[in-house]
Design a protein around this ligand. Structure first.
Ligand code: ZN
Length: 140
């Protein structure tokens, strides 16, 4: 059963991911369980990403977790050449993906750039970078 959350989450323990905060904790906890989660407004039902305390559509503070299937189409992308980043070979691509549920997500692509274009179908794979669970997109 889904848990309804509100922004009064001060009691929640911050996730150990370096860039997490009380808005992102559920997202990183989802990655630990190999689930790609976004917020779903409990008032109007809109999905939103990146996580935030309030629905931009109806201003409600109520939300619940929603698991995406992990498939979508490339909305835009860029190829990163410099500087080198830990855990990535350069060049590597970063894409904005229109997920099949209608919400957009930013994520690194796997190393293969051949066939990458706007509209390309992608899926996700879960991975770990040290202590932190993550995901990346790969061409289908
Ligand atoms: Zn809403």
């Amino acid at each position: 059963m889904a848990t309804v959350n509100t922004t009064s989450q001060d009691e929640r323990k911050a996730h150990s991911a370096p860039c997490s905060n009380r808005d992102f904790d559920f997202f990183y906890e989802g990655l630990e369980a190999q689930k790609l989660l976004v917020q779903k407004c409990t008032s109007c039902g809109k999905l939103r990403n990146p996580p935030g305390p309030c629905c931009a559509h109806c201003r409600s503070f109520g939300w619940t977790e929603f698991e995406l299937r992990g498939t979508g189409a490339v909305f835009s992308y860029t190829v990163h050449h410099h500087p080198p980043l830990p855990g990535f070979r350069v060049p590597h691509s970063v894409a904005i993906v229109e997920m099949d549920e209608g919400v957009r997500m930013v994520g690194a692509m796997d190393g293969d750039h051949d066939g990458l274009h706007i509209g390309a179908r992608v899926g996700i794979e879960f991975l770990r970078r040290g202590e932190v669970a993550g995901f990346r997109f790969r061409l289908e």
